[in-house]
Design a protein around this ligand. Structure first.
Ligand code: GCO
Ligand code: MG
Length: 409
């Protein structure tokens, strides 16, 4: 099983995706996701210029060794671009190993620890009637756990609100990174948000009852004491988790949040390695690990990270918005099915064009995902279909406060 060639495919069926294709001398093909939203071409260059030339001639069966070679051999360790590139190689090698063995990847990882993966979707709205409609729509699609994001009175547009009106166009549902030469500017006011959000959760809880798991994402915007205040004020509404309350760089910021509340905390969609989690896990400052297979360097290191977290009863909550390609989602599903400490999987459906580019074999039934039983990851990219959608420049939005200061988005 020698790697014969490696190619990078860039396609934009509604949004940009970067996918690595590995092929062995005996004709097995493996796919890996390397998409970093809004910075896609940097990973393309990292792969094409620095990784692809190293792969031909290597033994495709040596997944751990290849991972260590790419991680340690680069000398410049970590970082989103490097780790997404390594992740794509790792995923593609697991895909090949599964195909060679005639088994789905979850079998190679130890077999299923459960029948399916509880998944949550994204409800949102500008006011309570819109939010209730959005929650109902998600329930009717089978979701059994729902993230709720609400517009804040006085702010024009903020993270996580699907804009479904004719004037705004549909933006967030499938494409948080907006196509165009420059990023969109959004606005932010923490005091208004902290006042408003508990009223939304009070209403949603009253409308949908005590049983429905509800989640919320603060998207890195609060100081430690503001985050503690939010976590405490949301306690009566029994959240499944509160995500990314403080910026990811400083693990210590979560200490005051822990000291003041029992709202479960999730963090890590922008993390790249186990080192980003080390203190958070050891000090039990979080309850869920949000890393994506695509951004944590692949299945190999995320499995190790989650096993470390398991020692502290911390569970998985892998990142799964539409900027994780179907290949990255499949990798998350195989890993989630096999580990003991699975918590929940984020699942935001891709649009029809993306589903036509990536042939997929996972199932979605009664609120549970399953990666399916095809050998490997169970996803393949249709090159002809992908070729119809050339790359388009796209940026994530950014934020300014009322006085013009740039804030965390
Ligand atoms: C989530 C995330 C995403 C990110 C996006 C950025 O919880 O799903 O916060 O919506 O904003 O992945 O690329
Ligand atoms: Mg998030």
């Amino acid at each position: 099983m020698i790697i014969a060639k490696a190619d990078v495919v860039v396609t934009s069926p509604g949004r940009n995706f970067v996918t690595l294709r590995l092929e062995t001398e005996d004709g097995l093909v493996g796919w890996g996701d390397a998409t970093v939203n809004g910075r896609e071409l940097a990973v393309v260059s990292y792969l094409r210029d620095h990784v692809v030339p190293l792969l031909a001639g290597r033994d495709a069966g040596r997944i751990e060794d290849t991972w260590q070679f790419l991680y340690r051999g680069a000398y410049w360790r970590r970082g989103p671009i490097t780790m997404a590139a390594i992740a794509a190689v790792d995923m593609a090698l697991w895909d090949i190993k599964g195909k060679a063995a005639g088994m789905p990847v979850y079998q190679l990882l130890g077999g299923a620890s459960r029948n399916g993966l509880l998944a949550y979707g994204h409800a949102s709205g500008r006011d309570l009637p819109e939010i209730f409609d959005s929650v109902r729509e998600h329930l009717s699609q089978g979701y059994r756990a729902i993230r709720v994001q609400a517009a804040v009175p006085g702010l024009r547009s903020i993270y996580g609100i699907a804009a479904n009106t004719a004037e705004d166009g549909v933006r967030y549902d499938h494409e948080p990174a907006q196509r165009g030469a420059l990023p969109a500017e959004e606005d932010w006011d923490t005091r208004s948000y902290l006042r408003h959000l508990p009223t939304v959760f009070e209403a949603v809880r009253a409308e949908f009852g005590p049983g429905l798991p509800l989640l919320h994402d603060a998207h890195h915007r609060l100081t430690p004491i503001q985050a503690a205040k939010l976590a405490k004020s949301l306690e009566p509404y029994d959240l499944f988790w509160l995500e990314d309350v403080t910026p990811a760089e400083n693990p210590e910021a979560l200490r005051p949040v822990r000291q003041h509340s029992v709202t479960p905390l999730a963090i890590g969609e922008v993390f790249n390695t186990v080192w980003d989690y080390q203190q958070l896990v050891r000090e039990q400052l979080i309850d869920y690990v949000r890393g994506a297979v695509t951004h944590m360097g692949g299945i190999t290191p995320l499995k190790k990270t989650l096993e470390y977290a398991a020692q502290y009863q911390i569970k998985s909550g892998m990142h799964g918005p539409t900027d994780i390609s179907p290949v990255g989602m499949a990798a998350a599903m195989h890993l989630g099915l096999s580990i003991h400490n699975f918590g929940i999987q984020e699942y935001m459906k891709h649009d029809a064009r993306t589903d036509a580019v990536f042939r997929q074999s996972f199932t979605w039934e009664n609120g549970y995902l399953h990666p399916g039983d095809e050998p490997g990851l169970g996803v393949s990219l249709e090159l002809d279909e992908a070729g119809k959608y050339p790359y388009q420049q796209a940026y994530l939005p950014y934020n300014r406060l009322a006085d013009g200061t740039v804030h965390d988005w």
